[in-house]
Ligand binder design. Sequence first.
Ligand SMILES: Cc1cc2nc3c(=O)[nH]c(=O)nc-3n(C[C@H](O)[C@H](O)[C@H](O)COP(=O)(O)OP(=O)(O)OC[C@H]3O[C@@H](n4cnc5c(N)ncnc54)[C@H](O)[C@@H]3O)c2cc1C
Length: 488
Amino acid sequence: VDSEVINFGGDVRFRPTRLLEPYSEDQLLAFLREHSSQSFRVMGSRHAWNEGIKTDEVLIDLKHFDEVRILNESGERVVSVGGGCKISKLLYELNKHGLTIPAIGLITAQTVAGATATGTHGSGKPSLSHFIKRARIACFQNDQPVIREVTEGDELRASRCSMGCLGILVEVILPVVPQYFVEENTVACDSLEQAFAHEAEWPLQQLYLLPHGWSWYAQRRRVYGKERRSLTAGLYNLYWLLGLNVAFVILLKLLTAVRGSKSLLRFFFRRIAPRLLITGWRATDRSDRILTMKHELFRHIELELFVRKQDALKAMDYLVDVLSAADDAEHLLSTETNAILRTHNLEQSFCPLRGSYTHDSPICLRRLLPDDTLISMASGDDQWVSISLVTYTKKRGAFFSIAEFLAKSTFLAFDSRIHWGKWFPLGADFVEKQYARLPRFREICDEYDPVGRFRNEFVVRSLGFSNRTTNIETESDATSASPGAGTD
Ligand SMILES: Cc1cc2nc3c(=O)[nH]c(=O)nc-3n(C[C@H](O)[C@H](O)[C@H](O)COP(=O)(O)OP(=O)(O)OC[C@H]3O[C@@H](n4cnc5c(N)ncnc54)[C@H](O)[C@@H]3O)c2cc1C
């Protein structure tokens, strides 16, 4: 092919030598055999903001693997879904049977394999990856392309969130739950502490912090006992779609495009934005209608940080302080922030960021329950809070600098992690310390993909695989070279 592949954010662009779209497993295996001297990456809906899909060799698009089958397994209903199936299609098919999936993110445009490969999540539950019961993966065994079924143990944990490093996820089996209704209403909160205090009552809630005025809002959500859509639910959806997903974002884009937009943005978030949010309106609707939004209508960039629940208050104080100083060079940092910068030797790297960037979007916080995976962001035993920093600015350099600083400094101060499907500035030197089970993950990847056919530069750099050359060695070559490495 000679066509350029571009991701949703427009920050990743490349030309693979081949873009293959298999229709069946047999054809996929034939493609793997035919191109076995090359490396492969798979793309889903290209919604990730990092170079996970990038390759200058073979790119595989699994869009024809979109079958949805509801199965009865020893009295339990589960769904088998093709890796290339979009979440929107899966939800549509399940809803016909009064069913849905146990967890869902903010949008439904991702593919099932793409979403789970990066630990995609919503609020108040584990990520979707956590729920995968079985997976089928196309990879190489004894240098021959095969489909392997993964059913248990660490192999299953690795396949649930794999960044494509085990091979090509062709099918996953997920549990299903009866369709449910969700009640929602948005309220203003005095502080993050106060918002957290209502979590038991509203377990699916997500929180928003408006920058510059630093006012908190809780989008409170809980499962509603009855299957009943409230009378004004249609109007409520329209308000979210046209008011917040379209008009609000167009306004932000206009403001960020204006020269000297700093003061306009500050004024907007302090005086106007709080008046645009309708608080106290209770709406009840089907789970997927309430829990998702049209966040994909306008191109933007996002970094998402994850901190343990117990660190969230301090981490947010730090983040607000850093963003305030990024906006206003004269801003006086708190004693706590100064102590963090001093302890971790960050004073010098922070200096040039002062006055360099004015944040232009609400900051969203979501709570994640622990994932039973090896490397998803909520893997382990803790509860996590994710912090999303979105920007609509076209001058992305300043955002990238502050986002990288926040990704590094919140790791040093709060042991944070960052989303595998969003902008990802960290290398393996950081990631290595964030995930205790990363060595086990790599071990399993080395077994499924001994010569690194399914790796690209991004996963090598971020997950710390041994490097490899573009021409793939055979397994026997690799074994005789160095153990576990598909490279030289
Ligand atoms: C507007 C928007 C809203 C979002 N909202 C949320 C949200 O609410 N919560 C959240 O957690 N994330 C969210 N995300 C992030 C998104 O869910 C992830 O980036 C997800 O990985 C995108 O899925 P995709 O199908 O587009 O995958 P791609 O971006 O195409 O690929 C992502 C990764 O998965 C790998 N992959 C894809 N298919 C396969 C396969 N079949 N086998 C093996 N590996 C594969 C790719 O190689 C790549 O490394 C959002 C992103 C956008 C753009």
